[in-house]
Design a protein around this ligand. Structure first.
Ligand code: SF4
Length: 82
């Protein structure tokens, strides 16, 4: 199975504070980072407008937040949808 190209340096994947929720986060990493990374909210923001726009605390499942960031970025850059 393919691995996400943003894995190295990804704040979610490498955050030591997630150890409190290790089982949940191990499952998210398996599902997203080593699986369906294209469905990850962090990946969608990073791949479309750059990983510098990904909030540190964003979870892979927070797609509504990702959509809001992408919409706001599009509006601020003149609606090009870039
Ligand atoms: S799938 Fe998402 S959380 Fe996992 S490494 Fe890629 S961008 Fe980070």
């Amino acid at each position: 199975m393919e691995t996400c190209k943003y894995l190295q340096g990804c704040a979610f994947f490498n955050d030591p504070s997630v150890q409190r929720f290790q089982t949940l986060f191990d499952q998210l990493k398996a599902d997203y980072c080593h699986g369906n990374f294209a469905d990850c909210a962090r990946y969608q923001v990073a791949s479309r407008i750059g990983r510098e726009h990904v909030p540190t605390s964003m979870l892979p499942t927070q797609l509504q937040w990702a959509e809001m960031i992408l919409r706001r970025h599009s509006e601020e850059s003149g609606g090009s949808g870039a």
